[in-house]
Structures are given as structure tokens and as C-alpha cells.
Design a protein around this ligand. Sequence first.
Ligand SMILES: [Zn+2]
Length: 525
Amino acid sequence: MDLIGIYQQDNPLSPIARIKMNMSTTTELSPEVLAKYQPVIGLEVHVQLLTETKAFCNCVNRYGGEPNTHVCPTCLGLPGALPVLNRHAVELAVLASKAIHCEIRETSIFSRKNYFYPDSPKGYQISQFDRPIAENGWIEIPAAGAVPDATGATKRIGITRLHLEEDAGKSLHDGFADSVSRTYIDLNRCGTPLVEIVSEPDLSTPDEAFEYLTRLKEILLYTGVSDCNMEEGSLRCDANVSMMLKGAVKFGTKAEVKNVNSFRYIRAALEYEIERQIEVLEGGGRVVQESRLWNNAEGRTYSMRSKEQAHDYRYFPEPDLPPLVVGEAWQREILTALPELPETRRKRMIEEYEIGQQDAMTLTSTRGFADRFETAAKEAKSPKRVVSLITSELTGRLKAANLELEQSPVTLKGIVQAADLAESGDLSSKMLKQLLDTCFAESKDFAEVYERDKPKQISDAGAIEAMIDEVIAANPKQVAQYRGGKKTVAAFFVGNAMRLSKGQANPVLLNELVTRKLDALGSAE
Ligand SMILES: [Zn+2]
């Protein structure tokens, strides 16, 4: 059944289809066969920039809207209309470039990329070709197989280039009430400013590709250049993948998987594509250079069309736009908006708050949260205690309640209050846990629950002393140990007296009184 489906969907003349015909698709590739090959993966990511208006006209740059209402003669490509470059789009492109360690080209050139497609009425796309605005960057991902906590080892993935271009419109093929096959066109997206970020083929596994995309998205969100909303197409990814025998120097022929709209699907598509290509090669065939589409429902890719070469696009310099010059002074001005980047921030926070890599990841998951955390932590008696409350008490409860950090019923202000009370000894850790449980059960912030359920703490020294006396009388063996010089036994008395008080004794006072009383018994000698 599968074989027929594959034969019909693939180009029947392609070697892949012929080989697939003769191979069982149910056989798993053995680990020995998989181990012979080295996948080579490069990613092309398209990112919509968060500007008010489009790249070359004054139309609003906004997702959705009635079809064909955010358009004008320029983005419709009407004869005689001239493009004018959006300054803010350039600034965001420079910001993104710097955040991924690219070199800025002072004078870059816009080019026409010619192709005919209904969603691009001009018949070309304004893009950058041989002189893009930025090149030679990199980002770091956790090294393959390394648990982030273990060594913090990273792998550097090269970025070939970042260039500015405009988006095309959208063809709508289905979802209409009747079942007649037809296509409509919505040009609202035409002319939306994009940057395309092209990686070096430095990625070796689907997991690395996933990590790269996660890190890249995080950086783009931190810099505020895009909302990276994948459902709305603000971030789109194409993956190039080829196989070569381990130890070989020449790359194999690559296939391109187009327009996958989630990082998990990219990983799945790459896993599929790696096995498909190995099967082809093991069967004595050759991989065809082509674009392929990922079908998530079926968990496989399909041949879409043979891949265009650069010369098919007949690039030439855009005659309607002058060279783009971003001089040093303008670059400096733009860079004042560059925030501390997530990786740097994590490294600093690990030092400053003495936390592990995993905790740092939690605290920096979004720039907004990291900012609010650091502001709050600065006001707390002990920033370290705030961190430990978030990572040990809060995240566990959030996970159990299936909530994101941003949806926590206990605000950062509440956490700081709780941390301060614990720090001053006004709240035992047991009581603190109970109060947080109540906050989550009732979906209320800490301040409100604390005011209502505030434990009646015993701070009366006489009452506490009576309890300590009781514990001392009942445990002569431990008393003897203490008098013999084993001072750590004090904790035993503190713990037992606290239990007697049902957790309500003021812990600072209790500690102090236990030590005083035990010391008053004198040493054994
Ligand atoms: Zn327009």
C-alpha cells in the first residue's frame, strides 16, 4: 500500500521513486549502516521584522486583515511605482546581525531575484545577493550530547550571511465552503520586511538543528527584531541536508526541506530525510537536488520540484534603489539598542547568583522575565534566596499545574516577600511551602495568602525555652555528645523543639536559645 502511494507522489521518473519501489520501507536501517554516514545540515531562516510599515512603502506591516487591504501601488508592483527603503528595517537588520556576531558591510546592494509566481505580482523579489548587509557570524549551541549542566561545553555554528529582502503574498488554496478547487490571492504580506539568515553547513544532527533554531529564536526575541510567531509565519525555516560517508571531504548532493512551521517538525523532517537519503545511497542510487515538502500527518517528505540554481533567478542590481550605506556612526547609534544577549546573561547570572546552567536557563527564558527577576532580586534581602525559591519551589508547582512562568499565581513581588520572610527567620521553610501550596490551590498571590494565613509564630522566649528544656531532658545521650564537643548536635535539639512547637517557633530565636542553653550546661571536662 505504502509503495503505491510513494510511487504516485514522487516523480515516477526520479531515481528515488525507482529505488523506493524496490525497497521495503518497513525495514529499519541498522545502526551499522547509519554509523557509516555523516549528515551535513544547513538552515535558512526567514524572519519578519517588527516594523510599523512595510520594507519599501508606507503600508502597515501587520498580520491578517481583510485580504488585499494593506496594499498600495508600490507593494502591488504597479508600473511607475518606486520603492523607498524603510530605515527602521535596516536598523533591525543591523541589530540582528550584531547579535549573531556578523560583520556589517558598510555598503550593501539590493538585487532583483526574478521568478514568476502568482503571490509576487512584480515578477521579482527585492533581495540582496552578492553584497548582503552582513556576513561571517556565529552562534553557540550546547555541544552534541553534552548535558548543559555537566560542562557547559558548546559548539559554534557559523552564519554565512544575513540579508534584507521583502516577503511575497499568500496563495489560498483551500478551506472554501464549496469543494470546487480554486486559488485566491492575498497580497497583504507583499513587501513585508524580512531578514534571511543562512547558516554554514555546520550542523551534524537533527538535535543540533533544533538547538540552533531555539537559540536563534531566543536571540531574535531578546533583540526585539521580530515576534518570531511561527503560526503567523514570522519565522520560517528551510533545511538543507545531505549525507556523506564519514571521513569523506566532499559533501553529498543536498535536498532542501521547505517551509516547516515548527522546530519539532524540522527535527522530524531531518530525521526522515537522513534515513531516506541513506536508503537511496545504500540502494546504489543517487540523491537528487530538489526541494521537498514535509507532510506532518504522514511523517515524511515529498518531492516538490527540482531545486533552482542561483543563475535561474537572473539576479541583477535593483535599479530603483541606491546602494545601502550604513556608516560607522549609524552602526554605533543602532547598537545602543543591543541588550545583553541570553548566553552572556546566563554566564553572568551563573556567577552572580551562584546557580547552575539549568536554573539560569529557567530565569532567562524570556527577556521580560529575566528583567523582572533581576529588578526584583535587587530589592530582596538575599537575591540568592529569591533564585532558589523560584527554581526549587515555584517551577515545580508551575509544572504540576501545567503553567508557564509568566502565568504563575505568585508574582515575583510575592516571591521576594516570601524570600525576605524566610531570610529574616519569620517564616520556616515548612510554613513557606504550605503558604505557596495555598497560593496555587486558590490561584492567589503570596501577599494576600500570607496576610490571611500568616502563622502565629511563637516569639515568646519563655515558651520556647520550656520546649527546649523538655527536649534536653528527654535526650541525655545527645546532651552528652554536645558537652563532649560535638557542636553539630545542636541541630538535633532545634529540630525536635521545632516539632514540639508544631513548626511555629521563631527559628532565629530558637537557634539562639538552643545554643545558649546547651552551652550553659558546661563542657564535659
Ligand atoms: Zn504598499
